[in-house]
Design a protein around this ligand. Structure first.
Ligand SMILES: Cc1cc2nc3c(=O)[nH]c(=O)nc-3n(C[C@H](O)[C@H](O)[C@H](O)COP(=O)(O)OP(=O)(O)OC[C@H]3O[C@@H](n4cnc5c(N)ncnc54)[C@H](O)[C@@H]3O)c2cc1C
Length: 246
């Protein structure tokens, strides 16, 4: 068992993403067929026209065209505490490593920064992980003596595993859901681990599809004000009450 950290890889994204979003947007306002519009996009004289158009449509709140493009991420080095929050986002698809089919007889774990900062705290945290590992292995041993092994034993022994236990998950979200996810999880009010994950995913999305993800982030980045109440704002943007007067 060992301490591990966040690792995110892009497994895939919808091909011709920009042309696809453009064709879907245009279909709403054009008598042409989306398939013809889609074919013409690479030949457009002014490539800025495509991103400008998409930007304007997005700014108007017409976001359904973004749903046609999906990103799939492989994520490891995160805690079960993180994935418990992640899977609350329902407009997504998930495939997570099972603690039933995968025996955790040598589980890795995530150490929260607050424990990392202090040698004594970190030592205690790790000793708790080691105690849990011993307990889990003992339970598997006892179950084996009773004649229970494999996934049936794993599925019950896992009840003693910590939320810090490392897990791996594959996540697919469309661009609209990604925007929503970033709005909530890039905010400083989000928990540190899921915020780090959201930040990494946003970096990837910006690199892959800047026309959609530039200027996207925590909800304040789009709104231009902080919708959180006084006392919760990080101070980067003015409070909503300072900007919008009743
Ligand atoms: C800072 C923070 C603190 C949190 N604290 C807690 C907490 O203490 N306890 C807790 O239980 N959760 C907590 N959450 C989780 C939160 O309540 C949401 O479950 C989570 O953020 C997923 O958001 P969502 O439902 O908007 O997203 P998604 O499930 O991704 O949905 C996207 C959007 O689709 C629409 N939608 C989806 N499903 C429905 C539906 N059934 N009906 C109507 N519209 C729907 C909504 O507009 C929704 O915003 C917290 C989240 C954050 C960011």
């Amino acid at each position: 068992m060992a301490e591990v950290g966040l690792h995110v890889e892009l497994l895939g994204k919808t091909g011709n993403a920009l042309a696809l979003i453009y064709a879907a947007c245009r279909q709403c306002y054009s008598s042409m067929f989306a398939a013809e519009i889609f074919e013409k996009v690479p030949a457009l004289e002014d490539p800025c026209k495509v991103s400008d158009f998409i930007g304007k449509v997005m700014a108007s709140g017409h976001e359904s065209p973004l749903e046609h493009v999906k990103f799939t991420f492989a994520i490891e080095g995160v805690s079960r505490a993180l994935t418990h929050q992640l899977v609350r986002h329902r407009m997504a698809s998930y495939s997570q490593q099972s603690q039933r089919y995968v025996k955790e007889s040598n589980f890795d774990y995530i150490v929260p920064p607050v424990f990392k900062k202090d040698k004594r705290l970190k030592k205690r945290f790790i000793s708790v992980m080691e105690d849990i590992q011993r307990g889990y292995n003992d339970l598997l041993g006892l179950l084996k003596e009773e004649g229970t092994e494999g996934e049936i034993a794993n599925q019950d022994a896992r009840f003693v595993l910590p939320q810090a236990a490392e897990t791996k998950i594959v996540v697919t979200m469309n661009c609209r859901e990604l925007k929503h996810f970033f709005a909530h999880r890039c905010c400083t009010r989000a928990q540190w681990e899921i915020r780090a994950l959201a930040g990494r995913m946003l970096e990837i999305c910006r690199k892959e599809l800047p026309e959609v993800f530039t200027g996207i982030g925590a909800k304040c980045e789009e709104l231009g004000y902080c919708p959180e109440g006084p006392g919760f704002s990080c101070g980067k943007y003015p409070l909503k009450s300072d900007v919008i007067k009743p």
